[in-house]
Design a protein around this ligand. Structure first.
Ligand code: NAP
Length: 260
């Protein structure tokens, strides 16, 4: 088990203006991290930052579309200018394109890979040298049970999340012995905007109500219900606090545990 940094860690959380990322930011603020929050919608980012600062947190924000060329470098440069080089990077930003395979375009696949694989890889590429020279650091990826098993109507998303799990394992194999922890956290369905929009899309086709569609998603989880974003955030905070040995942390089981 490696040591977590003793000074208030400098932590980037992507996709932190709502959903799981917002809950993670709240949990890490309570744990004393200095936070850089990023997402595209600046108004929502400001509202999260205002709320966290009102509770005494140290928070900076930078609006960015992480798929755009140079965005990762811009977020890292902003972090360094504001607080210093990051100790922890939580790659959480994501979208969940969902459709039958006949309608799954190359563009959907490219978008999913850009956000779930290329962006976390870019964060690792630009931070690894500094983290290795300090002998500490953590890269945490919000993966999914869709990175561990197949779900219908999500070929682009499921393929990208499998890619994210593979990336996490490869980085762990390469960097862990240098003192850098690399974690992938894999929840099943979580009650957030992503799942609510998917349920609304199913309801719009007239087959079932959005409420029933949400219940069906929860029933697909091994734990028999939806996770809450606060439960996912609690697991992320535990990993960043305790820094247990392991790589892929499966949440959709009782008890949650690292996979081999
Ligand atoms: N909900 C689930 O059932 C579930 C299950 C397992 C894993 N996950 C994973 O958990 C992560 C968070 O999901 P969530 O459910 O919290 O989703 P959400 O509520 O839709 O939030 C997604 C976040 O990502 C940001 N984002 C999306 N596209 C972006 C882009 N191009 N550049 C920068 N930021 C972007 C969004 O902000 P803007 O739109 O303002 O950019 C938002 O902050 C995702 O990686 C998802 O795959 C979710």
């Amino acid at each position: 088990m490696a040591e977590a940094p003793t000074a208030a860690p400098i932590t980037i959380v992507t996709g932190s203006n709502r959903g799981i990322g917002r809950s993670i930011a709240t949990g890490l603020a309570n744990d004393g991290h200095r936070l850089v929050l990023t997402a595209r919608d600046d108004q929502r980012l400001q509202s999260v930052a205002t709320e966290l600062r009102a509770n005494g947190a140290t928070v900076a924000t930078i609006a960015a579309d992480l798929r755009a060329e140079g965005s990762v470098e811009r977020v890292l440069a902003f972090t360094e200018q504001t607080f210093g080089k990051p100790d922890v990077i939580v790659s959480n930003a994501g979208t969940a394109p969902s459709d039958k395979v006949e309608n799954t375009t190359a563009e959907m696949m490219q978008d999913a890979f850009d956000l779930h694989v290329a962006v976390p890889l870019a964060f690792a590429r630009h931070s690894a040298k500094d983290m290795k020279s300090r002998g500490s650091g953590c890269l945490l990826h919000l993966a999914s049970s869709a990175g561990l098993r197949g779900y219908p109507f999500t070929s682009a998303y499921t393929a990208a999340k499998h890619g994210m799990v593979g990336l996490t394992r490869a980085l762990h194999a390469e960097l862990n012995h240098k003192g850098i922890q690399v974690y992938g956290v894999c929840p099943g369905f979580v009650d957030t905007d992503i799942t609510r929009s998917a349920a609304a899309a199913v309801a719009a086709k007239g087959r079932t109500s959005a409420t029933d569609a949400l219940a069906l998603m929860g029933a697909q989880n091994n734990i028999g219900r939806m996770h809450t974003s606060d439960e996912v955030a609690a697991a992320v905070c535990m990993l960043l606090r305790d820094r247990p040995a392991g790589c892929i942390y499966a949440l959709d089981q009782e008890p949650a545990a690292f996979l081999e």
